[in-house]
Design a protein around this ligand. Sequence first.
Ligand SMILES: *Cc1c(COP(=O)(O)O)cnc(C)c1O
Length: 397
Amino acid sequence: MSLAQGRHYLAIPGPSVIPDRVLQAMHRPAPNIYTGELVEMTASIVRDLKAVARTKHDVAMYISNGHGVWEAALVNVLSRGDRILVLGTGRFCLGWGEVAKAMGVETEIIDFGIESDVDAAQVETALRADTEHKIKAVLVVQVDTATSVKNDITSIRAALDAAGHPALLMTDNIACLACDEFHMDDWGVDVMVTGCQKGLMTPPGMGFVFFNDRAAALRDSAGLVTPYWDWRPRANPEEYYKHFFGTAPTHHLYGLRTALDMILEEGIEAVWARHETLAGAIWAALDVWGQGGDIRANIAEPSKRSHAVTTVRMGSGHGQRLRTWLPDNLGVTLGIPLGPGRGGDTSPENLFRIGHMGHVNGQMVMGVLGAIETGMRALQIPHGAGGLEAAASRLAG
Ligand SMILES: *Cc1c(COP(=O)(O)O)cnc(C)c1O
């Protein structure tokens, strides 16, 4: 007998659960890519992506994953030898900085470790020290998917403003767009990158770079720009072909159109609130389990945790035992730890991640938590009693 028979739940932080509606929208023959429905649909996708990002500025779409749009964002505003400030809070912004460095950009790194968010005061100090304004851009993730920390983008904007520094503020929202609250224009973000396979609930394969007029103005002098990654024709195409510098990702566009319909039907504020409540249920269970065992959320302060992903610490190697037991025994897959982080206990056997981004509801979260509690019983992992009750109380409101 296996209790893993039935619909498997891939509770990893991307790719996220793809809604049946999205899958069905993609199940069709190839459309004409020169005129007709696809062309009109693409215009509506551009409009709605901007609504989700809360920007009136431009978006360039790419056939690419997140790593591709990291590069796209950099090449349109930087030249070889330029300097940038990289704010590390785990894995992903450091990764973005490594890409920049490999392209000949000088990187200054402030690393806040793997259990903290960005301290804006330190950013302000670094920017004030740059009296010649050599730093062209500040790179930060809103959510680091390795540590599940959420950075306060408004405080980083305020640090730039307080220092009177003209550097661009560039954010990676790949993990959390349409999960955690975000307002590109109101928060003063100049460039934002994201992908389609997390909060946007579409199979991996499309990436987006949003950029405002300040960033757009730098495109002319950006020495790193190459034809494929150039955002200008993509954001302002005279011919449909220029949206993608070649054949459009036809089926992804159908899927994405449907995913955006789902987000807009629910309403972006309701989407954010759903993620917040579901995350709260997970944290409530962790708190209770932690009262009788070595289990806790990686980020101590709840207001600094993402609503899209939770990194969990479970000591004595239990994290890995639980994570390996669950798929074959109960049909749930949790996220692997991601490293290498710096500082703190980064042993992979003591960490796992729960993805709760995108197409996730109350019963799915209760199912994951129930599976985790069942696994802890089966593996005799010590934990406080009553985690599921705490989660249920949170969802019951
Ligand atoms: C997933 C993720 C990436 C990488 O995206 P890929 O599509 O895997 O290249 C980058 N940054 C963050 C914050 C992510 O969550």
